[in-house]
Design a protein around this ligand. Structure first.
Ligand SMILES: [Zn+2]
Length: 157
């Protein structure tokens, strides 16, 4: 079976419907359908899916990633802390969860994986993202991700 390439998927031809769909469709797939089938495993699958995609995008500069987030309307992404050892990323108006009544756990594993994958490519170091605040999951103002930067070379995890 031939894999479907990222570049191919991003060739969008919808002359009348346009490039964007309702956020609801994405959320139904991401939060309802995936959890329904995968149960608690959905968060890990979402994280690794995001991470693989993040790496596959081959982004080499943070500004390019921020531009992509804006273009795809993932949310209002900012990087308030960036040192050699610690990076924190905030996402306001998160596409996955902003507006939900809090459910008592973080929800944005896909976004966390995506961020980790992109930053891993940029730094050439292994990066893990942990969501520590979540708008729709826990009632915070932003979905906040702490990135753990490991000294070893990048890997698929
Ligand atoms: Zn969140």
């Amino acid at each position: 079976m031939k894999p479907i390439e990222i570049a191919n998927v991003l060739q969008i031809h919808r002359p009348e419907e346009g490039e964007f769909v309702g956020v609801g469709l994405y959320r139904l797939l991401r939060l309802v359908a995936m959890e329904d089938i995968l149960g608690t495993g959905a968060s890990a699958v979402s994280y690794y899916a995001g991470k693989k995609l993040g790496k596959g995008l081959q982004i080499k500069q943070l500004d390019d990633f921020l531009a992509l987030c804006e273009q795809m309307k993932i949310g209002k992404v900012s990087v308030p802390v960036m040192t050699n050892h610690r990076i924190h990323v905030d996402v306001c108006e998160c596409v996955t969860c902003s507006g939900l009544s809090p459910v008592g756990r973080t929800l944005c594993h896909f976004e966390g994986g995506l961020i980790a994958g992109v930053v891993e490519n940029i730094l050439g170091k292994r990066v893990q993202a942990r969501e520590i605040t979540c708008i729709g999951g826990l009632g915070h103002e932003a979905c906040g991700f702490d990135l753990e930067i490991h000294s070893g070379a990048a890997s698929c995890r």
